[in-house]
Design a protein around this ligand. Structure first.
Ligand code: ADP
Ligand code: F6P
Length: 322
């Protein structure tokens, strides 16, 4: 039976990661495991950056954003020779299993370590919500609330000046923050890879009609990597009756206190990961399906198609048609 379990966070940080770490540590200690944190993601495995912790480790950080055990990107971890160093260091310390909190790149590292004899369980930690094996990732709910608060503020000033805002929302190649945010903020438009801007003339015509009918602000939300929001705002200013401004929300979306639901989800996932390792299960990742925890093989998880949430675009189109 596994005795020593390590925990690391890897890839981009996300609010709620601390909750997953705390959930895992507390569950592990309750099950008489020796719990270790690994600092700086996979880099810490190579650099022997381990620390044995007790149940109160970072418990005061449940309400903090970011990851207290730090995160890093280590592209060399794709090389087997580098992973061998990690396995040797873990074995020297007697750590037989790992909980890896991160995105799909981190999952791949976890799967490969499992194949090399270190049982790993992956937890979905990313604001992007781009892990198809879970309905929701650690970080998404908090980032969505941050987006909504920021866009509400932008709406205040746009309304005062009768302006249009073109706002870029993070998500890498996954536009969930943009579409969920657009619904929550009652944005006039949302453009993403699944719902691109195809007819600029029609958009400009609609915008002018709205202006003439007395609309006071026009909010356009755009998923990152789709188009140049600054250029679009300039074009709107020169081609429509609206004066437009652009905002790139950027890394503000990655920080901040995790929401209550985020904390609950993260703690549940952390504790569940320990239960799996206790049963000798590894090479898998954890996710929510209809609010129930489940685990599946990491390779299988990485093959799952992304949920595009097209029903949300249909809803958005419906409520913004007139
Ligand atoms: P995320 O986990 O958020 O998707 P990355 O794609 O940057 O972030 O991956 C995080 C880390 O996971 C990488 O820096 C690397 O250390 C490790 N990793 C990524 N892909 C692989 C792979 N194919 N094999 C082994 N490790 C990988
Ligand atoms: O994956 C999270 C994320 O914030 C993406 O939404 C964004 O594209 C990327 O990370 C930004 O990465 P970095 O922090 O390296 O600028």
């Amino acid at each position: 039976m596994v005795k020593k379990i390590g925990i690391l966070t890897s890839g981009g940080d996300a609010p709620g990661m601390n909750g997953a770490v705390i959930g895992a540590i507390k569950a592990g200690i309750a099950l008489d495991k020796e719990m270790y944190v690994v600092y700086d993601g996979y880099k810490g495995l190579i650099e022997n950056n381990f620390k044995k912790v007790n149940a109160s480790f970072i418990e005061d950080k449940l309400s903090s954003g970011g990851t207290v055990i730090k995160t890093a990107r280590l592209p060399e971890f794709k090389e087997e020779s580098v992973r061998k160093v990690a396995v040797e260091n873990l074995k020297k310390e007697g750590i037989e299993a790992l909980i890896v909190i991160g995105g799909d790149g981190s999952y791949m590292g976890a799967k490969k370590l499992s194949e090399m004899g270190i049982n790993c369980v992956g937890l979905p930690g990313t604001i992007d919500n781009d892990i198809a094996s879970s309905d929701i990732t650690i970080g998404f709910d908090t980032a969505l609330n941050t987006v909504v608060e920021a866009v509400d503020r932008i709406r205040d000033t746009m309304t005062s000046h009768n302006r249009c805002a073109v706002i870029e929302i993070m998500g890498n190649n996954c536009p969930d923050l943009a579409i969920y945010g657009a619904i929550a903020c009652d944005a006039d438009e949302v453009f993403t890879i699944d719902h691109p801007l195809t007819d600029k003339e029609a958009l400009f015509k609609k915008m002018d009609e709205k202006k003439k009918s007395g609309q006071e602000a026009y909010i356009i939300m755009v998923a990152e990597k789709l188009l140049d929001v600054e250029a679009l705002a300039k074009e709107i200013s020169s081609s429509t009756l609206w004066e437009a401004r652009h905002t790139i929300l950027g890394h503000i979306q990655r920080g901040g206190k995790p929401t209550a639901m985020e904390r609950v989800n993260a703690i549940r996932m952390g504790a569940y990961a320990v239960e799996l390792l206790e049963k000798g299960i590894g090479g898998v990742c954890v996710g929510f399906e209809n609010n129930e925890l489940r685990h599946i093989d990491i390779y299988e998880a990485l093959e799952l198609p992304r949920n595009k949430h097209m029903e949300l675009y249909e809803l958005h189109d419906l409520v913004n048609r007139k």
